[in-house]
Design a protein around this ligand. Sequence first.
Ligand SMILES: C[S@@+](CC[C@H](N)C(=O)[O-])C[C@H]1O[C@@H](n2cnc3c(N)ncnc32)[C@H](O)[C@@H]1O
Length: 359
Amino acid sequence: MTGQTTPIIRMRDAGYYSANTIGARHVIDSAIPLVERAVCEIALPAGAFTVADYGAADGGTSLGLHRALVAAVRARDAGRQVAITYTDLPHNDFSTLFRQVQGGLGDVPGVFAFASGTSFYSRIFPSLSLQLGFSGTAMHWLSRLPGKLANAVHPVLGTDAERAPFAAQAAADWQTILLHRAAELAPGGRLVLANFCQDEAGYYLGYTGQRNMHANFAKHWGELRDAGEITVAEFTATNFQQYYKSVAEFRAPFDDPDSPVRRAGLALLHCETRITPCPYAAGFAVERDAAAFAAAYVPTLRSWSENMFFGALDPARPAAERHALVDQFYTAYQADVAAAPDGHAMDYVHCFMLIGKAG
Ligand SMILES: C[S@@+](CC[C@H](N)C(=O)[O-])C[C@H]1O[C@@H](n2cnc3c(N)ncnc32)[C@H](O)[C@@H]1O
């Protein structure tokens, strides 16, 4: 078998992402008050009010937020035009995005939707051109994979030595993101970011004190390795190119008055962590139907993780074999949930930030 490639970052296509990520929509909806505050604080420009949605995936989860944002702008100026640019990586399913946005915002007059396939690790907009930037659940993806994990698939469960290069990469990436956004924002502009984090209690996506989703990923993938279904090299090549920053790590460039981010004019106006409960586990708590819970819950994990497991498999394997292995993996996880459902939950753990650019 040949060596592994780095999996590309990609959600599942054709609306599967937003159809199976109700929780991500709840997270975005809970950022609406911060967006409304931001709209009130921003000086209205001469022309259209310009908005960016960084890492928008198929656009379905942020439709409610953008409708609320347009309403907040219109409360200040009833005739104000709004231009929204959805951004994501170039191989994102932009066709589905355009369909979702036409369906969800197409009936709102004076709203103009665009898309950009430029990474948020690059400049996306002309200088000083943006009033408001929003991002939901996207900036935990790193610009590169800085290391490997021997027995985990996510750095949050790596050893201290394995985590160190991920932490360093995340700090550098955070500064890169902020400096590009500082250049794009108009004076007095605002960023509203809802980013995955590791909170003050040590909780993170899929671990809020009970079963640990990332440990379960490693367990079921490890069982395929131990059974000889996948190779040790394939297991070791399975690493989420992600990092969940702590509040201190998010705050660091703002707390240092001499940091490049502060010198670029950015200030942290609001910062708090919040847990958004897993809607599937909440439904199970009422219904107590373990099989139905497992059948609904595992697809939400699959919507954002599948590409990483699939991409770590040796490309020399026929595609059908790779698909079958990934199916086997999620089927085992689903059977595990169905057999012992209590404690499984993909609660979302976020750091919500409002960042302002000097006027
Ligand atoms: C979990 S989805 C979140 C989608 C949506 N914002 C939400 O909250 O439901 C993360 C998105 O971030 C995108 N992403 C990851 N790295 C990115 C980058 N460097 N630049 C732009 N988008 C990126 C992924 O392609 C994916 O569509």
